[in-house]
Design a binder for this molecule. Structure first.
Ligand code: ADP
Ligand code: ADP
Length: 230
């Protein structure tokens, strides 16, 4: 069973067909990298997987359940999809540890103690445990993005969605974020990643999707797109 299946997705902004009939399946353990020119609909596609963008037409099935159905509790499903944005989207007035524990406390019903223990374990994992009581503004872009990733992981998602996670970073910080993403891929995390990082795609994608003008024009293994591995 696919983890996520979309059927004939359409999204229209005025005259613009941002998504023009996308059908696609993502299976557990896949690392799907979405590439294509700016404005081709990559972000809209990714954001429609967890209904951050609601399609004008078409279905999104999560483990076989049509989450576009108004009767379905979308929040319960959305919680199982971790999302990482280009601009981090950390809560500026909460500490790093609070950023991480908020979701598990509010949405998973963890006690503060449980959530903090888990949060500190995650911070240790990315070597940022000394930042627990710091505020986001004090962190570098690379640190912020690694926090955004572990914040998503704290919800124990079934899939991670990454929307250009390194595009807003200074070049010297791209590596530390890609390394963490590669580690997740190696651990078998199901991932959909919009990125321009071709090296990352070559190394960890199980499948590359090429979008243009709101459609999937081509897809296959990275070798087919970029030539043989490094
Ligand atoms: P990509 O991620 O490939 O750069 P996007 O999915 O962000 O492309 O956007 C696809 C197209 O839809 C672009 O032309 C973009 O300007 C347009 N678009 C995206 N979101 C909106 C919106 N909220 N309102 C109007 N146009 C939008
Ligand atoms: P990001 O790349 O971080 O996703 P974007 O600039 O693509 O940021 O989009 C940020 C927000 O602006 C999204 O909600 C998107 O739907 C909206 N947006 C993108 N393009 C347009 C557009 N041409 N007109 C109006 N809103 C847009």
């Amino acid at each position: 069973l696919p983890l996520i299946e979309v059927v004939d997705l359409h999204k229209v902004y005025g005259e613009l067909h941002a998504l023009n009939g996308i059908s696609e399946k993502i299976y557990p353990g896949e690392v799907v990298v979405v590439i294509g020119p700016s404005g081709s609909g990559k972000s809209t596609f990714l954001r429609s997987l967890n209904l951050l963008e609601v399609p004008d037409k078409g279905q999104v099935l999560f483990e076989g359940v049509d989450i576009t159905d108004k009767k379905v509790n979308i929040d319960a499903h959305r919680q199982r999809m971790g999302m990482v944005f280009q601009h981090f989207n950390l809560f500026p007035h909460k500490t790093i540890l609070e950023n991480i524990t908020l979701g598990p406390i509010k949405l998973k019903g963890l006690s503060k103690e449980e959530a903090e223990k888990q949060g500190l374990d995650l911070l240790r994992r990315v070597g940022l445990e000394d930042k627990a009581t710091t505020y986001p503004a004090k962190l570098s872009g690379g640190q912020k993005q690694r926090i955004a990733i572990v914040r998503a992981l704290a919800m124990e998602p079934d899939v991670m969605l990454f929307d250009e996670p390194t595009s807003a970073l200074d070049p010297e910080m791209v590596g530390e974020v890609l390394e963490l993403m590669k580690e997740l891929a190696r651990e078998g995390m199901t991932m959909a990643v919009v990125t321009h990082e071709i090296g990352f795609a070559k190394e960890v994608a199980t499948r590359v999707i090429f979008m243009d003008e709101g459609q999937i024009k081509e897809q296959g293994e990275p070798e087919g797109f970029f030539g043989s591995p490094k």
